[in-house]
Design a protein around this ligand. Structure first.
Ligand SMILES: [Zn+2]
Length: 331
């Protein structure tokens, strides 16, 4: 039997014996943590043998604490279960910092009133992702039947990608196959905008719009960004808003979508320039802004922080319904 088959078999056997629907839920979470550790063990072997570059890029996962966090973020376990599972794992001999921290949530589980708040605070302490970006977007107030400027949160694509690239090789995010249709488009973009850099160093991204139901009376519009170059092809949300809040002043939603495109346009210019901007999408300097997260952005701009790579948006993806709404196409 080849060594890989042996490892795969081992993982599956452990999973099927440890995770059993008749066990209490906390035991199942603990079993999942053990399973995760086994998988990481296999990944470690693959990395040592240089079999898996992708695994090399993502080796920073932190074991049991990561599994608990992911369960909690997806709503599969309550804050109480996180604390109880962490305590069980800690008693089992795992002394890692995040497990110890979760086990102490809300006075070691004795003060049930503040459990959720404590667990979320502990999660935020170890969060190293860039902060959300807040800006005003034109929305519709259905109670008062009028247009309003509302705060909306976005993930800035170049910040998220820089975070995901980490210390990994940039080529893994910018390379394109020799026959890729994006090659000539990327070269044309670099020339047209006078970037003066090797097109091979520029990443290619796409904007993906879609709608999804979440309620019997309402649904969501989603703006997503996906990487089209490199080997990771990450996709992540950029902005999400309710259809009911999309402007209804007679503009067929244009007021709201134009606010979104103002943000996307600002991101495009910044990402193509390769430097962290000093001004927000509304023209206010980060130094003068009081929105959450803008203080650190002002610091990045003052330090003339460079992005890991420049990128251009070369694809707009969506169904006909999205294009009609977002770009004001006719039937
Ligand atoms: Zn309008």
């Amino acid at each position: 039997m080849p060594p890989c088959s042996l490892f795969v078999g081992t993982v599956f056997v452990c999973t099927s014996t440890q995770v059993n629907s008749s066990q209490p839920f906390v035991d199942q979470v603990v079993a999942q943590v053990l399973w995760f550790k086994l998988v990481r063990g296999v990944m470690g072997i693959r990395q040592r043998l240089s079999l898996d570059d992708r695994a090399n890029q993502r080796k920073k996962a932190s074991g049991g604490g990561t599994v608990l966090k992911n369960f909690f973020k997806k709503g599969k376990v309550s804050a109480f279960d996180v604390q109880k599972a962490a305590k069980t794992i800690l008693d089992g001999g795992d002394q890692s910092a995040d497990i110890a921290s979760f086990s102490k949530a809300s006075v070691n589980g004795k003060d049930n009133k503040h459990m959720s708040r404590d667990v979320i605070r502990k999660m935020l302490k170890s969060n190293t992702a860039p902060p959300l970006y807040t800006t005003y977007v034109t929305m519709w107030d259905s109670d008062r039947a009028c247009k309003v400027e509302e705060k909306m949160h976005f993930q800035i694509p170049y910040e998220i990608i820089d975070y995901k690239v980490g210390s990994g090789p940039v080529d893994d995010w910018t390379s394109l196959p020799p026959d890729s249709p994006f090659r000539p488009l990327r070269a044309a973009f670099v020339e047209e905008h006078g970037l003066g850099v090797d097109p091979e160093s520029v990443g290619v991204a796409g904007i993906w719009g879609d709608a999804a139901c979440y309620h019997t009376r309402d649904s969501l519009f989603m703006l997503l960004v996906n990487m089209l170059s490199g080997s990771f092809r990450e996709r992540f949300w950029c902005g999400v808003w309710s259809k009911r809040m999309t402007c209804q002043c007679g503009c067929y939603g244009r007021c709201t979508f134009d606010s979104m495109w103002r943000f996307v346009s600002w991101v495009s210019v910044a990402w193509a320039s390769g430097g962290y901007p000093a001004f927000r999408d509304d023209g206010i300097a980060f130094l003068a802004s009081t929105f959450p997260g803008d203080k650190i952005r002002a610091t990045w701009a003052s330090a003339k922080r460079k992005m890991k790579f420049r990128a251009c948006f070369l694809q707009k993806r969506g169904d006909w319904s999205w294009f009609k709404q977002a770009l004001a196409f006719c039937d």
